[in-house]
Design a protein. Structure first.
Length: 532
């Protein structure tokens, strides 16, 4: 435990943008011992992921290490060629990405991808590696551990896929794992399972880890020591209990208190949208069962529930992407055609959607001008100067200036990308916006900015939101009404105060009990209520 595995000194990294080099990491030190878990926290752009990847001697395209050393088990990775570093990657050091769905090859079975690096490095035979993978699946509490590896990525849930990726990272028994926001996009009950599984497996094999996250309650469960970054520089570092109890720096204290957001109550108006007794299926598999939800005009209705509860499926039905089998969707008292292609342009423009992953929701080859301009032309017929002026007005509405108009998505931060997606939705001049996990991939400071923006726009434009989320703290902050879903059914709904006030439905109680607390012993002592 006292052996130093990783020793980074004076690390400096630059990135290329706007035709020049910019500093990203500005002389950071990092020391990690065998079996130790370090939490890296900080807002978007702090350099967390860049530093985490650099711990493997890796830099993203357009970045370069300009100074410092990265000594891993006595070898300075900064001095090695890429060919030499590849002997470490996927072998002695592995990486668990934020988006498991975007990290797997959809054409290959899970178990083949799990063991690929282990077999390639000759650590064990394919048969031995697959047998070990099934053991790891079991250790990670994956269902049907003996057969789940035979499935393809699209055939498992997001939480299951994240655990399979953890098994893939653990398969070669690395000395170091980099966890890059691995539970950010997971619902609270799934997150608890994944955190428990990751912590168990790291402890069992005495693996060192760097855990990158913006969720302070999560890092409290995983890390022995916490390092805070801002603008590519260290703010402070301390053991977890000391950091949580008494952070020294004002910036760290601001991270601790950032989620004090609370929405002002608005008077209830007539329903703009009513989902009435809707049932739906994927092929022959029923996924929604007699679902009814009302969205009053100018209000925010949050839909919560774990992965597979039917939250996003409801959104697909409302938007016409998945025609319902039974029931109706009414907009301002009029029944909407079940299929999107059967709806007229006016019906389409009234309901817009903002997606969870801004990265995949935008064409990477289109500029901000083109992304926002397309719905202006399609729905409103704007062209030329009128379209250009409206694009600039929309940028102003989302609190970005003209400097961003010719940028590509790759030149934007996570928060800026999501603001552009909001502007694209606003371009159609909708009355209802469906927000599908729009803040789940963002750090807490950026989340707060996006939520404040959405609430301001709601007040100014009298917008209605159907807000799909697994983040209970976000629900508490922005909701007027709450709908709790489980296994395709609504188990409880009402005003925010009514739903969160005991007594709860047993499933609602489970969700609320699964929200991590800023207590290092919370996960250890957690006993979740059982569903009957």
């Amino acid at each position: 435990m006292n052996d130093i595995l990783l020793d980074i000194k004076g690390l400096k990294i630059q990135g290329w943008s706007d035709e020049k080099w910019h500093p990203i990491i500005k002389g950071v030190d990092l020391t990690l011992r065998r079996g130790q878990v370090m939490g890296l926290i900080g807002e978007s752009g702090a350099g967390k992921s860049t530093l985490g990847l650099a711990a493997m001697g890796f830099t993203q395209p357009g970045c370069q290490i300009t100074d410092g050393s990265i000594v891993f088990d006595g070898v300075d990775l900064a001095k090695l060629s890429d060919a030499e570093k590849r002997k470490y990657w996927g072998n002695r050091m592995t990486y668990v990405a934020q988006s498991a769905a975007a990290s797997f090859n959809p054409a290959h079975r899970l178990i083949d991808q799990t063991v690929a690096s282990t077999v390639r490095f000759g650590i064990s035979s394919e048969a031995e590696a697959k047998a070990d993978a099934r053991t790891l699946y079991g250790a990670l509490n994956l269902p049907h551990a003996d057969t789940i590896g035979d499935r393809y990525p699209h055939q498992v849930s997001g939480g299951q896929l994240q655990r399979v990726m953890t098994a893939m990272a653990m398969s070669p028994r690395p000395d170091l794992i980099i966890f890059d926001e691995p539970t950010t996009a997971l619902d609270v009950t799934t997150q608890v399972e994944v955190l428990r599984a990751m912590r168990k497996i790291v402890e069992e094999f005495n693996t060192a880890a760097i855990y990158i996250t913006h969720d302070l309650a999560v890092v409290a469960q995983m890390a022995d020591v916490i390092k805070v970054l801002r603008y590519g520089q260290e703010v402070e570092e301390a053991d977890t209990r000391t950091m949580l109890a008494a952070p020294k720096e004002d910036y760290t204290k601001s991270l601790w208190s950032v989620r004090a957001l609370q929405k002002e109550e608005r008077p209830k108006q007539d329903n703009i949208l009513s989902v009435k007794n809707v049932s739906a299926s994927y092929g022959k598999v029923p996924v929604l069962h007699n679902v009814s939800i009302d969205v009053p005009r100018g209000s925010t209705v949050s839909v919560v529930g774990e992965s597979g509860s039917g939250k996003s499926t409801v959104a697909r039905v409302i938007t016409g992407l998945l025609p319902q089998r039974d029931g109706v969707v009414e907009y301002q008292g009029m029944s909407l055609p079940a299929k999107l292609n059967d709806r007229n342009k006016d019906q389409k423009k009234r309901i817009q959607m903002i997606y969870q992953m801004a990265d995949t929701a935008m064409n990477p080859r289109q500029t901000v001008r083109e992304i926002i301009g397309r719905p202006l032309e399609f729905y409103l017929g704007l062209t030329g100067r009128a379209k250009e002026e409206r694009v600039r007005e929309l940028l102003s509405m989302i609190e970005l200036d003209d400097r961003f108009i010719d940028r590509l998505p790759s030149e934007l931060s996570g928060g800026q990308k999501q603001r552009i997606c909001i502007a694209r939705a606003l371009a159609a001049e909708p009355e209802l916006i469906i927000c599908d996990e729009v803040t789940s991939a963002l750090d807490q400071i950026v989340q707060e900015g996006i939520l404040k923006l959405l609430m301001r726009l709601q007040t100014e434009l009298n917008l209605s939101y159907l807000f799909i989320t697994h983040d209970i703290s976000t629900v508490r902050a922005i909701s007027d009404h709450v709908v709790v879903m489980q296994l395709g059914r609504v188990v409880e709904q009402g005003t925010k105060d009514a739903v969160f006030q005991p007594p709860h439905d047993p499933y609602t109680d489970l969700l609320l009990s699964s929200v991590p607390e800023m207590d290092p012993d919370w996960l250890t002592n957690l006993k979740l209520p059982e569903l009957t």
